[in-house]
Ligand binder design. Structure first.
Ligand SMILES: Cc1cc2nc3c(=O)[nH]c(=O)nc-3n(C[C@H](O)[C@H](O)[C@H](O)COP(=O)(O)OP(=O)(O)OC[C@H]3O[C@@H](n4cnc5c(N)ncnc54)[C@H](O)[C@@H]3O)c2cc1C
Length: 412
C-alpha cells in the first residue's frame, strides 16, 4: 500500500494538520503490521487479542495519554482518523482495541476533572498489566429505548454509599473490564431525568459477568451481560459528583428542564467515531475488491473492465468519501461546541454504517465464490460491518433523531 493509496485525496482537500496526518499514518502502519495478519485467527477463536492490545499499549495507541490527546484535540479529527485506520485493519480487532474508548468518552463527558485524573489510568492499565473498560447502558428491556433502564442506584445515607442493583446486557468488555461505568436510575419517580453514571472500581463485590455472547461479527471482541447485585460504591463515584447530581434532581423535581442524561449524551458524541470505524471496514472491503477485480480474469479480461464491476466500485468509492465528509463535519463540530442541531452525529453514523454494509456485501459479490469463503477477509468484514447499523443507536433510531431534529416534531 502506498501513501497515495491511503491518502485518497482527502488530505489535500482539507489540508489536515500535519500531526493528524502523522497520526493517521502511524495508526495505519500499526493496523497493517499488528492487526491484519492475525485478524482471521482471533475471529475464528472468538478471543480477545491481548497480545495486540499489548503492542498498542507499547506503541502509545492504547494509553491514557493518547485518550487525553484525543479528547483535547481542537480539530476533533484525531479520533475519527485513527479509528478509521484501526478498523481498516479489521472490525473485530478494532472493537477489541478501541472498545475502551466508549467508557472513556462517558468519563470525559460526565466526570469531574479530579475523577478523570484519578480513574483514567485504570481504564487502560499499563503494558504488562493491561486493562479494558466497559460502558454498561443497555438492558434486556432497554436497548433503543435507553430511557427505560431499570438498574437502580439507591443512596444509603448511613454508610455514605451507593447501592446498585440491575442487569446490563451487550456490554463490550462487560465482566472482564477493570472499570465498569454503569448507567442507573437514581429516583424512579423522575425516570430518565434521574439517570446517572457510576464508576465501579476493580474488585467490587456484587458485580459479575453473565452470559458471554457468541456473535455474527466483531468476534475478536468480548460482549457480555453484567449482573449487579447489591454493588456498594463510595458516594463520590457518581460521575460529576453527588452534589451536582443532587442539584440536577432538585431542578427536575421543581419541573425545570435538565440536560440530557449522561449515557445518552455520550452516545450522541461518539456517533462520529462509530461512523469512522464503519468507514474503515468499508474501505478495507472496497480496496480489496478493487485490487481483486483488476487481477481476476474472466472472458479473457480483468473483471473490472466490465462496467457492471467498475460502476459498483465507483459507487462505493463515492459513498465512502461522502460518508467520511459527514463524519468529519460532525467530529469537527464537537470541540468547537457547535450543537448537533440537525442531528449531524446521527447523520454521520447512519450514512457510514449503511455504506459499510453495502461496500462489504458488494465486495463479496465481486470476489464471487472466493468472497463467500473464510479464505478471504471480505466475508469477515461483511459480518463485522453489520454491527454499525445496530449498536450505539440502530439505523431506525438515527432516522428518528434526524427526523425530529429537522422537523422539530415529536416523531415516534
Ligand atoms: C456487539 C455489540 C456490542 C454492544 N456494546 C454495547 C456497550 O458496550 N454498551 C451498551 O450499553 N450497549 C452495547 N450494545 C447494545 C446496543 O447499543 C443495542 O443492541 C442497540 O441499542 C439496540 O438495542 P436492542 O438490541 O435492544 O434492539 P431493540 O431496541 O429491541 O430494537 C429491535 C429493532 O426494533 C427497532 N426499533 C426499536 N424502536 C424503534 C422505533 N421507535 N422506531 C423504529 N424502529 C424501532 C430497532 O431499530 C431494531 O431494528 C452492543 C450491542 C452489540 C450487538
Amino acid at each position: 500500500m502506498t501513501d497515495t493509496d491511503t491518502d485518497q485525496g482527502y488530505t489535500s482537500l482539507f489540508d489536515l494538520p500535519p500531526d493528524i496526518v502523522e497520526a493517521r499514518d502511524w495508526a495505519h502502519g500499526f493496523a497493517e503490521k499488528y492487526v491484519r495478519p492475525v485478524a482471521a485467527e482471533y475471529d475464528e477463536r472468538e478471543e480477545m487479542p491481548w497480545t495486540v492490545i499489548e503492542e498498542a499499549a507499547k506503541a502509545g495507541l492504547y494509553t491514557p495519554d493518547f485518550a487525553l490527546q484525543i479528547f483535547a484535540d481542537p480539530t476533533g479529527l484525531l479520533q475519527p482518523v485513527v479509528a478509521e485506520e484501526i478498523f481498516w485493519g479489521d472490525g473485530g480487532m478494532g472493537q477489541a482495541l478501541l472498545g475502551t474508548f466508549l467508557p472513556v468518552a462517558a468519563l470525559f463527558g460526565a466526570a469531574s476533572q479530579d475523577q478523570i485524573s484519578t480513574w483514567l489510568p485504570e481504564f487502560f492499565g499499563t503494558p504488562g498489566d493491561l486493562a479494558v473498560a466497559a460502558l454498561c447502558a443497555s438492558e434486556p428491556n432497554a436497548g433503543s429505548d435507553a430511557a427505560a433502564i431499570r438498574t437502580r442506584a439507591r443512596f444509603d445515607e448511613a454508610r455514605n454509599e451507593w447501592v446498585i442493583n440491575g442487569t446490563k446486557t451487550w456490554a463490550t468488555n462487560g465482566g472482564i473490564a477493570r472499570i465498569h461505568v454503569v448507567n442507573a436510575v437514581t429516583d424512579p419517580a423522575l425516570g430518565a431525568r434521574s439517570h446517572a453514571l457510576f464508576l465501579i472500581p476493580p474488585g467490587t463485590t456484587g458485580l459479575s459477568q453473565g452470559q458471554k455472547f457468541h456473535k455474527h461479527g466483531l468476534r475478536a471482541s468480548h460482549t457480555a451481560e453484567v449482573v449487579l447485585e447489591d454493588v456498594r460504591i463510595p458516594a463520590d463515584l457518581v460521575l460529576g459528583g453527588k452534589q451536582a447530581l443532587d442539584h440536577r434532581l432538585a431542578w427536575a423535581r421543581e419541573g425545570s428542564r435538565v440536560r440530557v442524561p449522561a449515557a445518552m449524551a455520550t452516545f450522541e458524541m461518539t456517533r462520529p467515531a462509530i461512523g469512522a470505524m464503519a468507514i474503515g471496514v468499508a474501505r478495507a472491503a472496497y480496496e480489496y475488491a478493487l485490487e481483486y477485480a483488476g487481477v481476476r480474469e474472466q472472458f479473457g479480461r480483468p473483471i473490472i473492465d466490465n462496467q457492471a464491476i467498475a460502476f459498483t466500485l465507483a459507487d462505493t468509492a463515492v459513498e465512502i468519501d461522502a460518508a467520511r465528509l459527514l463524519v468529519w463535519r460532525a467530529a469537527h463540530m464537537i470541540p468547537r461546541g457547535i450543537p448537533f442541531a440537525r442531528a449531524e452525529g446521527s447523520m454521520a453514523k447512519l450514512k457510514a454504517s449503511e455504506v459499510a454494509v453495502r461496500a462489504t456485501e458488494r465486495a463479496i459479490q465481486i470476489l464471487g465464490g472466493n468472497g463467500y469463503t473464510r479464505d478471504y477477509p471480505v466475508e469477515r468484514w461483511a459480518r463485522d460491518a453489520k454491527i454499525f447499523t445496530i449498536y450505539e443507536g440502530t439505523s431506525e433510531i438515527q432516522r428518528l433523531a434526524i427526523g425530529r431534529a429537522i422537523s422539530g416534531r415529536r416523531i415516534q
